[in-house]
Design a binder for this molecule. Structure first.
Ligand SMILES: [Zn+2]
Length: 174
């Protein structure tokens, strides 16, 4: 499901993410409209370029919704469409791209770059479910150029001041 639809569902009431949903229900109309507007811009860029890997959520939106405060790790993963194997690996302590991931990256050949959705930590760089969910991509030069374009467009059209989160992708040139 697209993120825009998920946020609209939260506003109406979503029992699966009750705390977050209650917060979204109580946001004032002007702020909620602004969040929706940003999500529409985000989705129009994604639909225009159709990148092989999906970009991270707009930091302004995740911060206003308070996703990282109002959801636990399992719920965040479910909300963002992460596979269960990767959610479990994160909960069990693999919360950064570590040496094991880097070792896997060194074994990959026949592509220009490996790209991950920023903030997503997979159970393995080779996780087939993450690849299927467009959270990891083994990209050709042309597909990687699309990723750079998407990132540039998002930065240009969705300015924000969350300096800690400036990238929409983790990029590894092979
Ligand atoms: Zn996985």
């Amino acid at each position: 499901m697209e993120i825009l639809k998920k946020v609209l569902k939260l506003r109406l009431g979503d029992d699966k993410f009750k705390t977050l949903s209650n917060h979204v229900k109580n946001l004032d109309d002007a702020l909620f409209s602004y969040i929706i507007k940003r999500l529409e811009i985000y989705e129009s860029i994604v639909n225009k370029y159709k990148p092989k890997v999906r970009p991270a959520l707009d930091p302004y939106v995740s911060s206003e919704l308070g996703i990282y405060r109002r959801l636990d790790d399992k719920e965040i993963g479910e909300f963002l469409g992460y596979p269960e194997c990767c959610i479990n690996s994160f909960i069990n302590g693999r919360v950064v791209i570590d040496e094991e991931h880097m070792k896997e990256l060194k074994e990959i050949k026949n592509c220009h770059a490996v790209v991950l959705t920023s903030g997503f930590i997979p159970c393995s760089i080779k996780c087939q479910r993450a690849i299927k969910n467009k959270l990891i991509g083994y990209l050709s030069y042309e597909d990687f150029e699309v990723i750079l374009k998407v990132e540039e467009e998002l930065k240009k059209n969705l300015p924000h001041y969350h300096y800690g989160y400036t990238e929409y992708y983790e990029k590894f040139i092979i």
